[in-house]
Write a new protein. Structure first.
Length: 367
């Protein structure tokens, strides 16, 4: 079965399970905010069903307890650069799923864009041995030993957004970044009618973003040979550095038509450079992600389009996977993880789509 069919089948199974959960109710709902504080609101199951008992519709074997989480169960979402608005949408999905199961969600990680600090923060959370962890890996190889040790210690770990494919993580949920970069290339290529000069702005050392640029550049070369990619600019680590680097690009390429920005920092820095050069709207920007700042920029004309990679879905289904694994709700054969029995997709593509002014209102998510 192909990856997409497998993903649709798994999604259908999980949705049916969640419908059962909604029907039987739960005894307690709890949520964790960024500080780990909990709010609990008790709800009665009523007399409609009992575990292993009957309902008014006849004899029904139920698994009520499997869908009634314990508020003491803590599930962590761990990222680097934790102030980044993209993670807020990921965490909202994670938190919403945790509320449905009645468990506690906690957001952790580091505010810095530093791989050593990020790995240290992740290692400290693993040491707590929570019920499960969803982690975005700034560097695939650097995270692998920590993931492997945590899994060996009995901690269930899934990766999202940025993977560590050679680790013992259970599964990965995220955008197929090469395809996302290719989508940006095809959009720009069609808009230019197959010819013109373009550039890209990115950051170095992050594997998922490198894949976006690879997909962008290789798709342009294959599908639009008359479009010239004049430069791939390093965004640096802050908006000021990015704007300065892009300013040099603009000076050397006055006939540039489009800039593809592979991350939020690249987009904001490029927008600043274009504004300072009085080129906003004259050189078009295709950004990445659907944070509010980018959506607002599309509305005001500073950005023409952006690539969405479904951050809410990544967070939501990461939590669902972790809960189902923890409670044995995925169990085709006993000891399936230890035996390597394929029960979850090793990777699941959350998808990518182009967002424009006509569609951007659909992508605002209330916090």
């Amino acid at each position: 079965m192909g990856k997409r069919k497998l993903w649709r089948s798994l999604t259908a199974v999980l949705l049916v399970a969640l419908m059962i959960f909604g029907a039987v109710g739960c005894s307690s709902r709890t949520t964790g905010d960024n500080s780990g504080k909990k709010e609990t609101a008790d709800k009665s199951n009523g007399d409609q069903t009992k575990e292993g008992g009957t309902s008014s519709g006849g004899t029904v074997e139920t698994a009520n307890a499997s869908f009634v989480g314990d508020p003491s169960e803590e599930y962590y979402m761990v990222t680097f650069l934790s102030g980044y608005s993209y993670w807020k949408t990921c965490y909202k999905g994670f938190e919403d799923a945790a509320k449905q199961f009645g468990v506690t969600s906690v957001y952790g990680g580091t505010t810095e864009y530093d791989v050593n600090e990020a790995v240290t923060a992740f290692e400290q959370i693993c040491a707590k041995k929570p019920a499960g962890i969803a982690v975005s890996c700034m560097d695939a190889d650097a995270y692998a030993p920590v993931i492997d040790k945590a899994v060996a210690d009995g901690v269930n770990i899934v990766t999202f957004d940025s993977d560590s494919p050679n680790s013992d993580r259970i599964t990965f949920l995220g955008t197929e970044n090469y395809a996302a970069g290719a989508a940006a290339a095809n959009y720009i290529g069609d808009k230019l009618g197959g010819s013109g000069k373009v550039a890209a702005v990115t950051t170095t050392g992050q594997s998922n973003i490198n894949e976006r640029i690879k997909g962008f550049s290789e798709t342009l070369a294959a599908n639009y040979p008359n479009i010239k990619l004049v430069q791939v600019v390093d965004s640096g680590s802050d908006e000021v550095t990015c704007a300065s680097n892009v300013a040099g690009l603009l000076t050397n390429n006055p006939d540039l038509k489009y800039v593809f920005c592979a991350l939020l920092l690249a987009s904001t820095g490029t927008q600043q450079a274009l504004a300072e050069a009085n080129l906003t709207g004259k050189i078009k920007v295709v950004a990445f992600d659907t944070d509010d700042a980018t959506l607002d920029a599309i509305k005001n004309g500073a950005v023409e389009a952006t690539v969405s990679q479904a951050p809410y879905a990544q967070g939501y289904w990461s939590m669902v996977y972790l809960y189902f694994i923890k409670h044995g709700l995925i169990n085709p054969v006993d000891g399936w993880m230890e035996k390597g029995y394929p029960s979850l997709p090793k990777t699941a593509d959350s998808g990518a789509s182009i967002v424009t002014k006509e569609t951007c209102d659909n992508y605002y998510i209330s916090k």
